[in-house]
Design a binder for this molecule. Sequence first.
Ligand SMILES: NC(=O)C1=CN([C@@H]2O[C@H](COP(=O)(O)OP(=O)(O)OC[C@H]3O[C@@H](n4cnc5c(N)ncnc54)[C@H](OP(=O)(O)O)[C@@H]3O)[C@@H](O)[C@H]2O)C=CC1
Ligand SMILES: CC(C)(CO)C(=O)C(=O)O
Length: 329
Amino acid sequence: MKICVFGAGAIGGLMAARLANAEIEAQVSVVARGPHLAAIRDNGLWLISEEFGDQVAQVEATDDPAELGPQDYLVLTLKAHSVPPIAEKLKPLVGPETCVVTGMNGVPYWYFHGLGPEWEGRRVEAVDPGGVVSAALPPEKALGCVVYPAAEVEKPGLVRHISGDRFTLGEPDGSKSERAQRFSEALRKAGFKAPVRPRIRDEIWVKLWGNMAFNPLSALTHETLDHLATRPELRRIARAMMLEGQAVGEALGARFPIDVDKRIDGAAAVGAHKTSMLQDLERGRPMEIDALVTAVVELGRAVNIEMPMTETILALVQARARVAGLYPG
Ligand SMILES: NC(=O)C1=CN([C@@H]2O[C@H](COP(=O)(O)OP(=O)(O)OC[C@H]3O[C@@H](n4cnc5c(N)ncnc54)[C@H](OP(=O)(O)O)[C@@H]3O)[C@@H](O)[C@H]2O)C=CC1
Ligand SMILES: CC(C)(CO)C(=O)C(=O)O
């Protein structure tokens, strides 16, 4: 089996290193760039992990997907906003049997696929502008993936795994497909938990619920998760956003297995953690605003649900990011 991890940064690097070192019959390659690519080529892909042990994986690494050819599994672990500009570049990796695993936060580009006949063919413009992504990666090829581990690229060629070992998988139409089970098996052999769930959007929403509120609020205030979730005036804003998100998710058929306050308390328990959006802002890296917030507002419009708090915070965080030169427009 051929597995290509496109965007072998923190999460992709973790996945690729473990898959490459697992006892599976797979040819694992990565698409990377810059100094990270050079270091992987020179010294292998290093993974530092208390849970998995420190290790190096020898993987084929390139910045030119055409060198790798069609894959059985194309795993996308880029930041969501990095996908549309390179959609065309993905085409050589995609053949008739390729399964595209979307290991990214936010609303996936395939959200409407398999949701029901009334939604078929509709796309999420915020993550699939002009349909460039679905043209390169037809939604029927997509396999959903909710990423729970935390990791970071510590220096070029070296990924540090911080915590977590679960990648939940699920077909957009809820079926227990052979391709999903095969990839789940590969991830399990690589040491991860990789359940295949029939209602993957429910899990996407539980993660997105936190991201849509805490990430922009943290970028605006520079506050850590514990404060955002416990200072009454900030918690009130996050809660209002999350209730708007829940209304949208439910209107689209998702079920939220926990209540909003438990979800916020869960975020508080993470502690003095800076969200990825705040980290990106501080490091001068583009922020994942569109997949985490703009796309949710777009879904809200599709089901005619007003989202005044989310729209306000979205406008502010877009402005903040623009001023920092980290958001287009
Ligand atoms: N890190 C974490 O702990 C978690 C991340 N996530 C989600 O996982 C997804 C991936 O995040 P993360 O791993 O942190 O991101 P990273 O930025 O660490 O990894 C993405 C990688 O893709 C590379 N890349 C971007 N464009 C290209 C290109 N055109 N060609 C080759 N390589 C490219 C980046 O290179 P460069 O650095 O040069 O831009 C980077 O190495 C996101 O959606 C994130 O929200 C979810 C849970 C936890
Ligand atoms: C920590 C958490 C849950 C914040 O919403 C996150 O996923 C992120 O920072 O992107």
